[in-house]
Design a protein around this ligand. Structure first.
Ligand code: GLC
Ligand code: CA
Length: 530
């Protein structure tokens, strides 16, 4: 990366605010709650937070439906709470990314209220309105990520509004320069308060084909978090609704806007093809980084993991590496659950830590959490409550953080949190794991230390062990390897003496020559003095 910007050696961390820490006993995580837990994050070795949306919202999609871009929802606190959070975070050397949702607003946003009030309202063109199809019904065949048509009829004005997500999330019209300016102002508002950048929701959405043609029927090309949630989305080829010409221009506009603040832009783009994804970041004139989501979907299988990481790393140096988020089942669950799933998730974290780009941890990964159990009647996610697809609902990965044993697990003093804990034990809690040198938390923390005193440098990436259970790469004097098989396996070392800088399953410091043996689901980082 040119001239090593500040985020180059960062460790990112996604805070799912609603479930992080509740300060006022209403059962919902909030900004003061997060502020009170900054010490955990600093201790852990995290220095870049992405905080999920805390703006005013009727919460039809847990805050991803914004009714005011420039205010904090009372559920999460106040603007003053945000300022205090930022001040404390900066004091600890932690930077904070705000979640920007530019593709759509809430139906309760004042712009939409105006827009839907009359066809000749000056705000009409802030959104995408169309007459019904000639024979009646929606203007085209587009579908919503959450299932069903992407159009809802407004009875008053007789036109449909477009929404790629819930009908309560109308899509903004990015062909209207006034919309672009409004979002500029929203970004400046947070940057002026000291925000360090933005995670950008649905960053390849925004622009739609001007003629809104039907999308062809085909296999899905989009593996973003909600892909496959409703078969509707996967039933169409997304040729005209996302990834349109013009999207990159918007990113360039934002880049110019944030540059004077030295702020970071991290995009959410769910493309399955790393080459196509790389087009959004390789010129470094728009987004700084974009998430690579495939590792949130894959099986625990050496060839699959090797291919997913190496193909992405070959396509771009500007990826944000993730194995979990508030949108997908937790890695430890996907990789088999229990101690096995935990060990595998930690091993994958080791592989991600040394790649060019920035690794992000999803809250609770550092504790080895599996998904919480949420019964259908306890569900909160619209995918369960609206689309009726409970099995695909996102509540399991969103259950509250277990901080310490006892009622409310240190998350809340309320009788009930907003979502059940879903079966946490004392051993899951941060407090218990902090006292146990062998816990996942302590092993995770030791790992993250390596970003601080990086042996990585900028040496080129070279994949070794092309087949078999080991996934391994070398960067100059550093070797990173994980055993993704079920049996112990020997890693052949290049000539010389290597020092175990980190190991998931044994203490550091030992020297090795010739080869090292890796147990199943274990990972190591080795450094050679040369
Ligand atoms: C992103 C968010 C997801 C949300 C959607 C709509 O994919 O991560 O949680 O539902 O955008 O804003
Ligand atoms: Ca609260």
């Amino acid at each position: 990366m040119s001239a090593a910007p500040w985020w180059c050696a960062s460790v990112g961390y996604e805070v799912y605010l609603r479930s992080f820490s509740d300060s006022n006993g209403d059962g919902i995580g909030d900004l003061p709650g997060l502020r009170a837990r900054l010490e955990h994050l600093e201790w852990l070795g995290v220095d870049l937070l992405w905080v999920t949306p805390f703006f005013r919202s009727p919460m039809h999609d847990q805050g991803y439906d914004i009714s005011d871009y420039r205010d904090v929802d009372p559920t999460y606190g106040t603007l003053a709470d945000f300022d205090s959070l930022l001040a404390d975070a900066h004091e600890l050397g932690i930077r904070v990314l705000v979640d920007l949702i530019p593709n759509h607003t809430s139906v309760e946003h004042a712009w939409f209220q105006e827009s839907r009030s009359a066809r000749d309202n000056p705000f009409r063109d802030y959104y995408i309105w169309r007459d019904p199809a000639p024979g009646g019904g929606p203007p085209n065949n587009w579908v919503s990520v959450f299932g069903g048509p992407a159009w809802t009829l407004d009875e008053t004005t007789g036109q449909y509004w477009l929404h790629l997500f819930l009908s309560e999330q109308p899509d903004l019209n990015w062909r209207n320069e006034r919309v672009a300016r409004e979002l500029d102002e929203a970004m400046r508002f947070w940057l002026e308060r000291g925000a360090d950048g933005f995670r950008i929701d649905a960053a390849d959405g925004l622009v739609k084909h001007p003629n809104l043609p039907d999308n062809p029927v085909a296999a899905a090309t989009w593996v973003g978090p909600p892909a496959g949630i409703a078969s509707d989305w996967g039933s169409l080829e997304h040729v005209y609704d996302v990834g349109q010409p013009g999207v990159r221009e918007i990113h360039r506009r934002w880049r110019a806007l944030v540059e004077p603040y030295g702020a970071l832009l991290v995009g959410e783009i769910g493309l399955a093809d790393p080459e196509a994804l790389a087009l959004y970041v390789n010129d470094q004139d728009g987004l700084h980084l974009t998430f690579w989501f495939e590792p949130m979907e894959i099986e625990w299988e050496a060839a699959t993991i090797r291919k997913s990481l190496s193909a992405a790393a070959a396509a771009s140096d500007h990826l944000a590496w993730v194995q979990g988020s508030h949108d997908r089942p937790r890695a430890a669950t996907r990789f088999g659950g229990g101690d096995v799933g935990r060990a595998r998730s930690l091993a994958l974290a080791v592989l991600m830590l040394g790649l060019p780009g920035v690794p992000f941890v999803y809250q609770g990964e550092e504790l080895g959490l599996v998904d919480g159990l949420v019964l259908p009647e306890e569900a909160q996610d619209p995918i369960s409550t609206r689309a009726g697809e409970h099995g695909l609902g996102r509540d399991g990965c969103r259950t509250p953080m277990p901080w310490e044993p006892g009622h409310g697990l240190g998350f809340t003093t309320a009788q009930q949190p907003w979502l059940p804990f879903g079966g946490r034990s004392a051993a899951d809690t941060a407090a218990v794991q902090r006292d146990d040198p062998d816990s996942i938390l302590r092993r995770f923390r030791r790992l993250l230390r390596l970003r601080r005193t990086p042996p990585w440098g900028s040496a080129p990436l070279e994949w070794i062990a092309e087949q078999g259970p080991l996934v391994a790469y070398r960067r100059g004097t550093v070797l990173v390897a994980a055993n993704c098989g079920d049996e112990p396996a020997a890693l052949e070392l290049p000539p010389g003496t290597w020092t175990l800088a980190y190991a998931t399953q044994e203490p550091e410091g030992r020297e090795a020559t010739g080869s090292v043996e890796l147990g199943p689901a274990s990972a190591v980082v080795l450094v050679s003095p040369a």
